[in-house]
Design a protein around this ligand. Structure first.
Ligand SMILES: [Zn+2]
Length: 68
């Protein structure tokens, strides 16, 4: 019983992380204003049938970027 509880993170963390990475857009984006790398915030929305992902740069600018 104790053993199975201890091994739970090792068994389930990798697939959970893999699933999280799969839904996170990996295309590098640069902020149009200051050219710093932008990272996905995890927010997405649909517009005109296209998926948009919210990105944030190091200076805090927010942009919606179309993803496939
Ligand atoms: Zn910026």
């Amino acid at each position: 019983m104790m053993r199975s509880m201890l091994t739970w993170p090792q068994r389930w963390l990798p697939p959970v992380l893999a699933a999280f990475m799969a839904v996170t857009p990996t295309t590098p984006q640069l902020c149009p204003q200051d050219k710093t790398p932008m990272t996905a915030t995890g927010n997405t929305r649909q517009e005109n049938g296209k998926m948009l992902a919210e990105y944030k740069c190091e200076q805090g600018h927010l942009y919606w970027v179309a993803v496939d």
